[in-house]
Design a protein around this ligand. Structure first.
Ligand SMILES: Nc1nc2c(ncn2[C@@H]2O[C@H](COP(=O)(O)OP(=O)(O)OP(=O)(O)O)[C@@H](O)[C@H]2O)c(=O)[nH]1
Ligand SMILES: [Mg+2]
Length: 281
């Protein structure tokens, strides 16, 4: 492999190759699993940086174009496995709790993190997710658990709200590393939406929401051109939620496959920042 690379790039590359010191990765845009490999690669870099005492990579260091190829500027990891960067020491598993009103795209978002269609996605007006379900995926050497949930104001059957929330906590055991609140960015944030958030606070999630909340604006393909202005003009209820989230927010767009890997990388970056903040509390 080494000879192949040097043969193709010529002797001028020899000096660079010495510095590369086995840290390399191949990106093949025809690779059916390219997105997954990019995420693993970036996770490896973030893990390497944090094991070196650096904070996670700022998001502007990652650029991704429409066909899904990625450029990474200025950072390197420190070990390889099967050609992809991996982490040397085992790291803590992650658990991600996805919550929100019915039809806000929770299951679609959860599937994007898992990179597989684990959870059923709603079609038409049907409410699909009726109770919490867990899926998991390996990213780098981390097992990432994702718990998809129903709209707590719309539970069907006998299950009480308290029991349902107990199930969320059990499935994310010992506790979620991040709570992703899905809010549609193509429609108004209504008093009913805010009432659901307040109900979750009352049902015992107040302090964990204040520490671990991340707002994800879903239906990003339908956002206003002036999205920042749209947020500024949104009412005080949405601003109160975003305050709890410490202004952590992302936009998700389920329609553009090429953006999903970049979204997962940003999400993991947010999780690292939440973890860093909770270490300083
Ligand atoms: N245009 C667009 N459609 C989306 C997006 N995300 C999800 N959808 C669609 O919205 C519908 C609902 O998506 P789900 O992921 O099932 O939403 P949910 O919040 O899990 O729904 P419930 O489980 O019923 O509460 C589906 O038809 C999705 O294809 C998005 O980013 N853009
Ligand atoms: Mg669902």
């Amino acid at each position: 492999m080494q000879e192949d690379i040097l043969g193709k790039l010529g002797p001028e590359f020899e000096e660079v190759w010495k510095d590369v010191n086995q840290r390399y990765v191949f990106f093949d845009e025809k690779d059916a699993e390219l997105g997954k490999h990019i995420v693993q690669f970036m996770v490896g870099i973030m893990e390497s940086l944090s094991s070196l005492g650096a904070t996670a990579m700022p998001s502007h260091d990652v650029t991704m174009n429409a066909i899904g190829t990625t450029s990474i500027h200025g950072h390197s990891g420190h070990s390889t496995r099967d050609g992809f960067l991996a982490v040397q020491s085992p790291r803590k598993d992650l658990s991600i709790l996805v919550i929100g009103k019915a039809g806000t795209g929770k299951s679609s978002l959860a599937n994007a993190i898992l990179r597989k269609p684990e959870f059923e996605v709603a079609v038409g007006m049907t409410i699909k997710t009726n109770t919490a379900v867990k899926g998991s995926v390996c990213l780098g050497d981390r097992n990432v658990k994702v718990v998809d949930t129903p709209d707590i104001t719309n539970l069907s059957g006998e299950i009480s709200k308290q029991d349902e929330i107990r199930k969320w906590i059990d499935l994310t055991s010992p506790s979620p590393d991040v709570i992703v609140l899905a809010i549609r960015c193509d429609s108004k944030y209504t008093p009913e939406d805010f009432a659901m958030y307040q109900e979750l606070q009352r049902l015992g999630l107040k302090s964990v929401l204040e520490q671990k909340l991340l707002v994800v604006f879903t239906f990003g393909d339908q956002r206003q051109p002036d999205f920042e202005g749209d947020i500024r003009r949104a009412g005080s209820n949405l601003h109160a939620v975003m305050k709890d989230a410490g202004k952590r927010r992302l936009i998700y767009n389920d329609k553009w496959t090429s953006e999903k890997a970049a979204f997962v990388i940003e999400l993991l970056h947010m999780v690292s920042s939440i973890q860093t903040q909770s270490r300083h509390l």
